[in-house]
Design a protein around this ligand. Structure first.
Ligand SMILES: [Zn+2]
Length: 261
């Protein structure tokens, strides 16, 4: 399946592989909210436009099959319109937000009636664990991730995130995490309001405490991969959003500083 995804989009094509073309198109579908039927039709037309023997899937079903087999499947999770919560776990069957009491369903603009069953907001969640597993299954990736830790030089020059004080702080505070060179450190950029709500499905606590079993194609062995959220690139109030604290108004969370440390 990996080789299949690396195939050129059509014989002689050097710009796109089957996978890169599919991911670009899928991104557009998500960004502009194209319906499944529209997307299937578009794929079929693109297939006709491309030269013979092209690799583009001709329907959404085929596209999902390709992405799913590569660990790129996704889940849709309903969210509160105000980003307070996701309708999962204990809230999976709720019809109102447990925090702000807003309806889960879309409100009709003209009649102010609820469109029962039509969700007001949805999160498209691409599970990260299968991606991590897939990264280490690739020989080259597994080798590069190991080199990142082994080639470190301590000369005061910043060449790589491994040279930063925050990276070294993690090494200092959690030596068991540092001792496994393959452990990953994430750094999402520009987290927006209520990012803590949308980070919840990633299971960062489990990835930090327990980790996940991965096969390292370079060392040809299984190991427990652990992950830490190393940093975010944002202003100071966004740190509060990341921790789920109120950062403004009368409900300012006095414990925010403690939670951050
Ligand atoms: Zn809410």
């Amino acid at each position: 399946m990996f080789d299949d995804a690396k195939k050129p989009l059509y014989p002689g094509c050097k710009k796109f592989t089957k996978l890169s073309a599919l991911v670009r198109l899928y991104n557009l579908k998500i960004r502009y909210g194209w319906s499944n039927t529209n997307f299937s039709e578009l794929l079929s037309i693109i297939s006709d436009l491309l030269p013979d023997n092209n690799e583009i899937p001709t329907s959404l079903y085929e596209a999902k099959k390709t992405l799913g087999a590569l660990g790129l499947s996704y889940q849709k999770i309903d969210a509160c319109h105000n980003d307070c919560c996701l309708y999962r776990k204990e809230y999976a069957n709720s019809t109102k937000c447990p925090k702000c009491s807003l309806s889960r369903w879309k409100i009709n603009k003209n009649s102010t009636k609820e469109n029962n069953g039509v969700t007001a907001k949805q999160m498209w969640y691409f599970p990260i664990v299968p991606r991590f597993i897939r990264i280490f299954k690739n020989l080259e990736n597994a080798k590069n991730l190991r080199c990142r830790a082994m080639d470190r030089k301590v000369d005061g020059i910043m060449r790589h995130p491994t040279d930063t004080p925050s990276w070294r702080l993690i090494d200092h505070m959690w030596p068991t995490f540092e001792s496994e060179q393959r452990n990953l450190r994430l750094g999402p950029k520009r987290p927006r309001y209520d990012i803590n709500t949308y980070l919840a499905p990633f299971g960062l606590k489990i990835l930090w405490k327990e980790g996940v079993q991965c096969f390292d194609a370079y060392k040809e062995e299984y190991f427990t991969l652990r992950v830490v959220l190393l940093w975010t690139i944002n202003d100071f109030p966004a740190y509060g959003n990341l921790c789920g604290c109120s950062v403004k108004g009368f409900r300012l969370d006095q414990n925010m500083e403690k939670r951050l440390l």
